[in-house]
Every structure is written in C-alpha cells, then in structure tokens.
Design a protein around this ligand. Structure first.
Ligand SMILES: Cc1cc2nc3c(=O)[nH]c(=O)nc-3n(C[C@H](O)[C@H](O)[C@H](O)COP(=O)(O)O)c2cc1C
Length: 220
C-alpha cells in the first residue's frame, strides 16, 4: 500500500434481513482491495453502531415477504445483516467522522420501487460538509434496471452535498443470476473490467480533489 494511498469508503446501503448486498459488496471490496493505490474501508449501514446512531430499525427475523428478488443469500447461510461488523464493530467513531477521514466513496445500492433505500438517505443526510468536494461512485443491483434508477437519484442527492459523482458504474441486472452459489460473478472478466474503470475514475477524482482541497479549501 502506498503511503499516499487514497482512502476509499465502500458504503453498503441495504439493511434488509436476507439482503443480497453482501454478495455484491463482498465481490466489489475484494476487487478494490487488489489495488495498490487505495485503502478500502467498509461502512455497512447494518453495523450495530450505525443502526443505533442513525435510528435504523429493521426486521432481523429474516421474514422476506415482499422480496421480489428471488434473493438466495439467506438460503445459503449468508444472512449476516447486523453482524458483519464493517471495519471493526461497535466502537467506531460516528459516521460523519468516518466520512471525514476518507477521500472518496463507492455506494453499493439496490433499487427498491424505482428508488434507493431509505437507510441510505438517512445516512447521507446525517453527514454534511464531510462529503464536500469528494468523489462518489456506484455499484448497483436489482431487477431489470440493475439499480440504475437508484443511482440516478443518488446523483442528484450528492450534487446537493457538493460531492462529485463519477460517470461509470458497475450494475447488476437480475443480480441474483449474476453470481454463483459461492458468491462469485458469472462473468468475472466483464464485471472486473467495469469495476476497474469505476475505480480508475474514482482514483483520478479522489487524488485531484484531495490535492485541490489541500491547496485551496473548498468554499462552495
Ligand atoms: C420492496 C422492494 C422493492 C423492489 N423494487 C424494485 C424495483 O423497483 N426495481 C428493481 O429492479 N428491483 C426491485 N426490487 C428487487 C431488489 O432490487 C432486489 O431484491 C435486491 O436484491 C434488493 O437488495 P437487498 O437484497 O440487498 O436489500 C425490489 C425489492 C424489494 C424488497
């Protein structure tokens, strides 16, 4: 890892019991951690500390009625909502402090009813200046649209916060068909290339904006 590595936060937006998010996020984090130019920190909104801080409340019983995904994550023993622990469990500093210490972000988002999860809105809105002049990329998943409608809405939200969203995304339509039973993508080369393009763009913006903020504090 380089001394001047970019610090990238991967924000996992779903807090649903039995969520598919773990499959997508695990794959993406492992791709990002192969890079030498960045240090990857997971911010999982289902971490108990964040659930408490944000006042998130959700059904941990695993009742997935209303789930249209055919999500298999719970079925294969991957129902880890609430016990994933992110970068270290319950003693983490508050979300805004964690965002403050990072140079850029990738939001892992599903699509719910043509939008993004309420948990993500709550988390994004609970942080203010710490987002400013930093880049945000997206990995999305869902049914036919692959979460793209959620991403387009998130771009509007981040613009209001003076964050810069990067153009290219990684998107999984019919996401549960894009991974095998061990959570490996069916098309590792294709999605690996997409992740690499996203991370290259994030790295360019991340470095450029970090240098810019150091020379000239962002006034907005
Ligand atoms: C309440 C609900 C609404 C959904 N609406 C959409 C939708 O509008 N478009 C879509 O492509 N997928 C939709 N889906 C499918 C989800 O994107 C899919 O189940 C995904 O795995 C959810 O992410 P999660 O399992 O990590 O929470 C919906 C799922 C749920 C539970």
């Amino acid at each position: 890892m380089h001394t001047h590595s970019l610090k990238i936060g991967v924000l996992i937006g779903s807090v649903r019991a039995g969520r598919f998010a773990d499959t997508v996020a695990d794959w993406f984090v492992s791709e990002a951690r192969q890079r030498e130019d960045m240090e990857v920190h997971v911010i999982d909104l289902a971490e108990p500390a964040l659930v408490d801080e944000l006042g998130l409340s959700f059904d941990r019983s695993g009742d997935r009625s209303g789930d249209r995904s055919g999500d298999r994550s719970g079925d294969r023993g991957r129902d880890r909502v609430g016990d994933r622990g992110g970068d270290g469990g319950g003693d983490l500093p508050r979300l805004a402090q964690r965002i403050d210490g990072l140079d850029g972000f990738v939001v892992v988002t599903p699509e719910y009813n043509h939008g993004y999860p309420a948990s993500l809105k709550l988390a994004i809105d609970s942080v203010h200046s710490e987002w400013r002049a930093k880049p945000v990329g997206f990995v999305s998943y869902g049914g036919m649209a692959g979460g793209q409608r959620a991403v387009e809405q998130l771009r509007q939200v981040f613009a209001e916060l003076h964050a810069v969203t990067v153009r290219d995304t990684v998107s999984f339509h019919m996401a549960w068909e894009r991974f095998d039973e061990r959570g490996r993508p069916q098309d590792p080369e294709g999605v690996g290339k997409a992740a690499s393009v996203l991370l290259d763009q994030l790295a360019w913006w991340g470095l450029t904006l970090r240098e810019g903020r150091a020379v000239r504090p962002y006034e907005g």
